[in-house]
Design a binder for this molecule. Sequence first.
Ligand code: HEM
Length: 705
Amino acid sequence: MSEMNDQSKLDQLEKFKVDHSNSKLTTAQGLRVSQTDDSLKAGQRGPTLMEDFHFREKLTHFDNERIPERVVHARGFGAHGYFQVYEPMGEFTKAGFLQNPSVKTPVFVRFSTVVGSKGSADTVRDVRGFATKFYTEEGNYDLVANNMPIFFIHDGIKFPDVVHAIKPEQHNEIPQASAAHDTFWDFMVNTPELTHMIMWLMSDRAIPRSFRMMEGFGVNTFRFVNAQGKARFVKLHWKPKLGVHSLVWDEAQKIAGKDPDYNRRDLWDAINVGDFPEFELGVQMIEEEQEFDFDFDILDATKFWPEEQVPVKLMGKMVLNRNVDNHFAETEQVAFHPGNVVPGIDFTNDPLLQGRLFSYIDTQLMRLGGPNFHEIPINRPITAVRTNMREGMHRMTVDKGRVSYSPNSLRGGDPQPATEAEGGYVHYMEKVDGRKIRQRSDSFMDFFGQATLFWNSMSPPERRHIIDAFHFELGNVLDMTTRQRLVDLFNNVDGELAREIALGIGVNPPHEPGGTGVTASSPAISQANTIKTPATRKVAIIADNGFNYFEIQQMIDRMKQAGVHIELISKYQGPIHAACGRQMQVNRNYQTASSVFFDAVYIPGGRASVDTLLTHGDAMHFVNEAFKHAKSVAASNEGVDLFEQSEILGVRLAPFDSSGQVIYEKGVVTIRNATDLGAFADEFLGAIAEHRHWIRLAEKDMVTA
Ligand code: HEM
């Protein structure tokens, strides 16, 4: 039985942690400090003295507290957890952490955006990073994934170009964390291999509701190798237990101003209240003999393997159950690298992967100040590290003895290389034979087929969002020629898509008939088909003095049972009083709350409360905005009066004469003349599980063809 468990990494980290409670302030040299508020001066109003070591130390440390932010994925947020395999995977891979269901392998995960600086907003339109470090008994394995299954480019050599194009423009450093500017779309129109990725980037996937509600994709094609040496091509995926859900663009933009930390706060809070995010690790496998059986090249990172063609086998589950103690020490200093593998996991000739294998360690040498960053506590494996490498900036290990080379006799040859049987990593012996050539394989050159497949797979509201996103992005491109060329380019994907894009950005619809002729779709990639649950959702209850206590209490009890979180919103914080005299504590006022922070809104009854809310523009705005963002809204008894005065249009609400009947239409749930809200609460929970009610969108706004 293994001695490693989910605590192993935390136990190791613990040795480096310091708690400064009940202590005296010292200098970095351990000297107690008698005063830290005034520098040492020659006289009260005199000059500061050079000999003031405390002053000098404080300032020099401060002056050097910044390290370079990541060149991409600068803004990120991390958490600890564990991974547990469901059943031994030995038939496919000898990776130790994928064999024993009783072992919990510690993990550290960092979620990120790609383009924005470290201080940029969370809810921008962007790819999300989803990097996981498994601290296995065979050393660290890193699955450095994104929340989209494909990538912009085929070949690592184009990575600097795509990043230069999408980052803020060179002359004025505008815009921050956004692709909506000329250089990106200029690059795009000249690099049609981006087409498929752009479809994903314009989709709802680019504005996730939560890190807890995103898939993760290793993107690149790796190999699994079993103990017999048999290899298979694989792609690895994370599947969130809460399903894949997104914000709407208007909401994302508002949140960027109201709470730029929205996604990180969501993760931090969820872990703090025990809503531990869970993701299942899945693998798609292709036998070596089937390498050429597909209408795409399986080494092309701009293509995904449709689940309907290559099923995802779920191998195990990851649970994130602990927040970090220190963001800088852990999240900022963690260093992932797709080249950190364990026996049983190997590489392929995917040219994007090959670029990545060089890039990560190279950038970390600079970002973390030298070659010893593997010694930073968060990066240390839980297995022993025995190399012949010494010295370099910030070396912490004190290696004993005079020998630092291999082979040696002076130390009996130690440390010795291990055989394969002893766990030594042996590279898969792929046969390679070719001429040196700077060229791309013809099999990579279908830029549009899977872009059409993606478009075909989207539900009508998802298509609407994609077109709206194009209108925003291309509407911000100043060069009209680029806009026109982009419309003509996307005509290769789908004619209607191109026409709809053209309509919003003031250029001509394409003259040529569009499309690729691909008619297939992949239902698995539409968010319409994702897991739906109310668990961990957030509901705002808006009320004022005179509210009906029993209504709120029933709703709170039922919501809590379903794992839904409630906040009470009113004009003022502090207690509000119910008609029966009891009181409740308001969590947020209209200034600190906003509908965009919640998944649903409920207005309880109580004559005086609702009459007051009817005079509050903020309460009405709250409801209208939630309705506009296609969220579930509910009202009971007098609360329905507020809906009647709102912009909830074309929806049947509970009439005054109904006898306690729940009315549900388009995610609007109402009831009048009712004291028992059981059925009403259940209907509301069902609506919350749906997350959005796109059916409210007018038919004319849908793109169905
Ligand atoms: C040739 C293509 C690519 C290159 C050259 C590249 C390069 C980089 C670099 C230099 C970093 C910063 C690392 C650091 O400072 O620690 C980074 C971060 C990252 N990359 Fe890539 N990348 C490429 C493609 C991809 C792909 C395809 C994915 C997704 C599968 C991906 C996912 C990530 C993630 C998640 C991070 C952030 C890691 C963290 O949280 O620290 N990258 N990449």
